[in-house]
Design a protein around this ligand. Structure first.
Ligand code: BTN
Length: 319
């Protein structure tokens, strides 16, 4: 009801009478009034005038399921979507939904996470209604050995989304996006599989959008779209841009696993190629290396100080 009344208010140019909304939706005036009260308590400013009706004067920046549906050009990614005011972690809830049998393409987004998770057991800081944080459920018919590249498809899709919003992001292999050298987006990919088949992959994405300040421990290394551009950005539109970019790149990978387009984007926007990095190898030893590039299966090719060539499949690397 709330969503339908909001839609009726959005569609009217100026005031719309309560009676007209009732007729449009086939509900009572009391029901419309109740929906208006609920919208007001969600932060919408709705003017009411005798004989003229209601007018939507201000919309708060909230993730909006109806608007998302209108902006999507996808067939399945994001067509099923849950948007929550608060959750512990969208990845954790998405895992529950996966176990309950939710289908490929489900998106769960939240305005606030109380226990957002980052990679390597870190926590992911979440500002109420400022960031875009969501998880995407995928059920690809791929062997688990091909799953690592899904993170890079996510990074490539986010790069495209940010380019279409006017930014020039870099991708820090395998799953961070940078603006002006600072982290603006992180991706946490989790999977359930057997030896030869994937049950599900959950790709959790955290994008800093409208934050203007960060906690002291990350303020030197994190940034947001608003901090870079000096203006606020519509998070629902950004989510749609990401999902619209992701589906064709993902389908391309399923059709051409040997030469996915997403890898080209990751190579073109790589922040690491040609740079010296440090990483911890499988034996737990700290290593320094020069990055040569990204190979055909998405591994980072590096040359160690002693001239050896190594290919890294996943993990943290530092500049
Ligand atoms: C990282 O860079 O460490 C990855 C961060 C991933 C954060 C996102 S926010 C949405 C989703 N839910 C979580 O709990 N984590 C991911």
């Amino acid at each position: 009801m709330k969503d339908s009344v909001l839609q009726a208010l959005r569609q009217s140019d100026g005031f719309v009478s309560g009676q007209k909304i009732c007729a449009l939706l086939g509900v009572t005036r009391a029901a419309v009034w109740k929906a208006v009260q609920m919208l007001r308590s969600d932060g919408y400013l709705i003017e009411a005038q005798p004989r003229r009706g209601y007018r939507l004067a201000f919309e708060p920046d909230r993730l909006d399921r109806m608007k998302l549906a209108e902006l999507l050009t996808t067939c399945r990614i994001g067509r099923s979507c849950e948007i929550l005011a608060q959750v512990d972690s969208t990845n954790t809830l998405c895992r529950t939904r996966a176990r309950e049998g939710a289908s490929d393409g489900l998106v769960i987004a939240a305005e606030h996470q109380t226990a957002g998770r980052g990679r390597s057991g870190r926590t992911w800081h979440s500002d109420q209604c400022q960031a875009l944080q969501f998880s995407l459920l995928l059920r690809p018919a791929l062997p688990p050995s091909r799953a690592a590249l899904i993170t890079q498809i996510g990074a490539a899709a986010m790069a495209q989304a940010l380019v279409s919003a006017g930014f020039e992001p870099q991708i820090k292999w395998p799953n961070d996006l940078l603006l002006n050298g600072k982290k603006v987006c992180g991706i946490l990919t989790e999977m359930s599989c057997e030896l030869d088949r994937i049950h599900w992959v959950i790709m959790g994405v955290g994008l800093n959008v409208n934050q203007t300040d960060f906690p002291p421990d990350i303020e030197g290394i994190a940034t947001s779209l608003a901090a870079v551009s000096g203006k606020t950005h519509d998070r629902t539109a950004l989510l749609a841009k990401f999902l619209n970019a992701f589906e064709p790149l993902f389908d391309d990978y399923l059709a051409n696993p040997a030469s996915p387009q997403a890898l080209e984007i990751c190579r073109r926007r790589s922040s690491l190629t040609g740079r010296e990095i440090s990483f911890t190898d499988d034996a737990g030893l700290a290593q320094k290396a020069i990055v040569l590039g990204i190979d055909s299966v998405g591994r980072l090719e590096v040359r160690l100080a002693d001239g050896q060539l190594r290919r890294l499949l996943s993990g943290e690397v530092h500049l």
